[in-house]
Design a protein around this ligand. Structure first.
Ligand SMILES: NC(=O)c1ccc[n+]([C@@H]2O[C@H](COP(=O)([O-])OP(=O)(O)OC[C@H]3O[C@@H](n4cnc5c(N)ncnc54)[C@H](O)[C@@H]3O)[C@@H](O)[C@H]2O)c1
Length: 322
């Protein structure tokens, strides 16, 4: 089976590519290296069943050729990370809406199954837990640019569902909650890599806000496992499904845990959101997924304990300090 991974030189995509190549799939990656890196796929370049195309998903001629040649498309390419999206609001919207439209349009022409990456950000400002796929969504105003990422991903969801309903295109939408593990970079606002790098250098661990906001974290290998099962799951077609971790933790407690696991002498410093992201930033105070639907579709949900996930990620950053 031939699989196309858009954004496959990124964090989740390269971990997925590793697993699929190992299982004998023929894997093609398209990535323009905006936030991804060739280092992530260096180990795959020698493999006969791996191909890498350095291009943008907005290049329609290239995308048409690639989608035609593959059996299944896993669409991960996107402008990602709160910091990146705030610094590049226009390109982010263009990549995240137009890019997905290109993927869906050609997947429909050649009738290919397509898995679309969405995000827990689409839920917006809920305080209740767990978040279920059919919950209402609550956003702030458009002047608060942070919501543009959620809104763009939501347009992707609507477009994919519309293709499914009107054209019978085989789509699956998965909403990833904070995913962590080897190869994630802290450069674009991801909390765990940032905390680990600070802890390993004994620098202050900078917690934004008062640190009482909570998250769950998912080990990337669990996400990869779920995606491989979803690819083959006919019952998932036309569905939106959460993929997330189970252990809820406040961000200031996460800082303490990472400090302990790194044997670090870092202090934990609270930084006002304004200083971190500029004025008018709004955070989400709580984000915990319901995994009932994922379980019922594929009989699996992420289950690697948080401290085990953090240890694997810390080990990676010890080996890759830069
Ligand atoms: N990591 C998470 O916690 C998380 C949470 C929710 C959703 N997601 C979604 O999962 C997907 C993968 O995220 P990730 O964490 O691996 O991020 P990532 O930044 O590592 O991966 C995204 C990849 O897309 C590539 N890309 C960006 N624009 C492109 C373009 N125009 N053409 C080709 N390639 C392009 C980047 O270079 C990068 O390699 C994204 O769609 C993201 O929205 C991730």
């Amino acid at each position: 089976m031939n699989v196309l991974i858009t954004g496959g030189a990124g964090f989740i995509g390269s971990n997925l590519a590793d697993a699929l190549v190992e299982k004998g799939y023929s894997v093609t990656v398209i990535d323009n290296l905006t936030t991804g890196s060739l280092d992530n796929i260096r180990g795959l370049q020698e493999r006969a069943n791996f191909h890498y195309i350095n291009d943008t998903i907005l290049n329609e001629d290239v995308m048409e050729g690639l989608i035609k040649k593959n059996d299944c498309i896993i669409h991960l390419a996107a402008a990602v990370g709160v910091k990146y999206v705030l610094e590049n609001p226009l390109t982010s919207i263009e990549t995240n809406i137009k890019g997905t439209e290109v993927v869906l349009r050609f997947s429909n022409i050649y009738k290919k199954r397509v898995l679309i990456a969405s995000t827990s950000e689409v839920y917006g400002k809920h305080m209740h837990a767990p978040l279920k796929e059919d919950d209402n969504l609550i956003y702030g105003p458009p002047s608060t640019m942070r919501w543009s990422y959620a809104a763009a991903k939501l347009v992707d969801e609507f477009t994919a569902l519309a293709y499914h309903r009107t054209k019978k295109l085989e789509i699956v939408i998965f909403r990833c909650f904070n995913t962590i593990g080897p190869r994630q970079t802290g450069l674009y606002g991801m909390v765990v890599p940032r905390f680990i790098k600070q802890a390993l250098r004994d620098e202050p661990i900078t917690v934004y806000g008062d640190g009482t906001q909570t998250r769950t974290f998912t080990y990337v290998k669990d996400v990869v496992n779920a995606l491989i099962l979803l690819m083959a799951c006919d019952k998932a077609i036309g569905e939106v499904v959460n993929i997330g971790g189970q252990e809820e933790i406040a961000i200031k407690d996460l800082a303490g845990l990472i400090k302990r696991l790194c044997n670090s002498s870092s202090e934990i410093a609270l930084i006002p959101y304004d200083n971190a992201y500029g004025k008018d930033f709004e955070d989400m105070m709580r984000r915990v997924p319901s995994l009932e639907k994922l379980e019922s579709l594929i009989g699996f949900s992420p289950n690697t304990p948080l401290d085990e996930t953090l240890r694997a990620t810390i080990e990676y950053f010890r080996r890759h300090p830069d």
